[in-house]
Design a protein around this ligand. Structure first.
Ligand SMILES: Cc1ncc(C[n+]2csc(CCOP(=O)(O)OP(=O)(O)O)c2C)c(N)n1
Length: 380
């Protein structure tokens, strides 16, 4: 699934106002759901466009993301990668949303969207390189139209709106999908981005991974709003809450949002309710702020288990296919890491090279300070 850079998507006719989104009043908090936790269907049918082939492809990428993520955490524990943010539990959000994009659309991630990057064709080796401290890990093939991960919270939303604005200016028909967490909604950048996108009708889908925590801060400490989706009302755009552990539901919400944005009607805010099953980063200890009861409850809602149960009920999957898929995913992850290992971390002098045309005094000072720290560390 490697999108080409050609503008393949046609600008469709504008749908009637809010026909899809008006079913999901974000103030009431009625969530879009398609698969129950036991893998049975909530409604009679899956949304159109989700045929067996697409569901299997989605499950395979979710599996690849899970296996690659667990491997990354293990490599970090061995000291072979640096601090990283695990994705476990959020695979349906990442994969379901990215699958709704067309070739030529743009994806502007935060740092917990491994599955979305894989959908777009970002090589896994680049992701490992990034976590291994090599700047080459941020260089993606241009045709995937994915920006590098963004760690400054919500700053990427403004970049996404900038791209959306450029699309309008150039008369294009691409859509931009951008990601952030529940904590990201407390940043000024979030409000500026949504406001600008709405005022100027930018074709941007704002995808909030509401994983219940911003490091140790629970969602209740970010906002007094009943839902995050309802913030859309203030900016004058549709907002929808979706079960983020339900791949078909995420895909459906994202596809409707992408169609809406592409038709020239402007941005949409999606709040996907999910849970990060692992720590915030490999430097975090969630037992300090979460109960094991809460973690167990969410483990039962694991998006991979739910999809697997559904696929098995349709005779599309079984234990032997599962085993083979995991082996293949592990083989690909091993190969990607071997490739990444050939790219060592950049030196302090190298990392300041591309901030400005020429490094300024402040950057040189920072590089010197990092060099003395590394020297001290080596001598310990
Ligand atoms: C502008 C900025 N402020 C603070 C931080 C430190 N920080 C890193 S992750 C994080 C929490 C983000 O939580 P959320 O947006 O919910 O995303 P999640 O990590 O849960 O996916 C914070 C405060 C940062 N990276 N950038």
């Amino acid at each position: 699934m490697n999108p080409s850079s050609s503008r393949t998507a046609e600008k469709p006719a504008a749908p009637p106002d809010n026909d899809f989104f008006s079913q999901f009043d974000p103030l009431v908090g009625k969530k879009l759901g398609i698969l129950n936790e036991d893998g049975t269907l909530v409604a009679q049918a899956l949304p159109s466009g989700l045929d067996d082939e697409k569901l299997l492809a989605a499950y395979r990428i979710m599996t690849q993301a899970r296996v690659a993520d667990l491997k990354a955490v293990s490599l970090q524990r061995q000291g072979r990668l640096f601090t990283l943010p695990p994705n476990m539990g959020q695979e349906a959000c990442a994969v379901g949303s990215a699958l709704a994009l067309e070739a030529g659309d743009w994806l502007v991630p935060a740092y917990r969207e491994l599955g979305a990057l894989l959908v777009r064709g970002v090589p896994l080796s680049r992701i490992y390189m990034y976590h291994g401290g090599s700047e080459y890990g941020s260089v993606y093939p241009p045709e995937v139209r994915v920006l590098p991960p963004s760690v400054p919270i919500s700053s990427q939303l403004l970049h996404a709106v900038g791209i959306g604005h450029a699309v309008n200016y150039l008369g294009g028909c691409e859509v931009v999908m951008t990601y952030f967490g529940d904590g990201g909604t407390s940043e000024g950048d979030f409000h500026e981005a949504l406001n600008w996108a709405a005022v100027f009708n930018c074709p941007v889908v704002f995808f909030c991974n509401n994983n219940q925590y911003a490091i140790s801060q629970p969602r209740a400490r970010q906002t007094k709003s009943k839902t995050i989706a309802q913030k859309a009302i203030a900016y004058g755009m549709p907002g929808i809450q979706v079960d983020g552990n339900d791949l078909p539901a995420v895909y459906y919400a994202a596809r409707e949002a992408v169609n809406y944005a592409r038709s020239g009607k402007g941005p949409v805010l999606i709040e996907a309710e999910t849970y990060r099953l692992a720590a915030h980063t490999t430097s975090d200890d969630p037992s300090k702020y979460r109960t094991s009861e809460e973690e167990e409850k969410w483990k039962g809602r694991d998006p991979l288990i739910r999809m697997r149960k559904y696929l098995e009920s349709k005779n599309l999957w079984n234990d032997s296919l599962e085993e083979k898929e995991k082996e293949e995913a592990a083989r690909k992850a091993d190969e990607a890491f071997r490739e990444a290992e050939a790219f060592p971390p950049n030196s302090p002098d190298e990392i300041i090279n591309h901030v400005y045309e020429q490094p300024n005094d402040e950057l040189r000072k920072q590089a010197e300070s990092l060099k003395s720290f590394l020297k001290w560390k080596e001598g310990r």
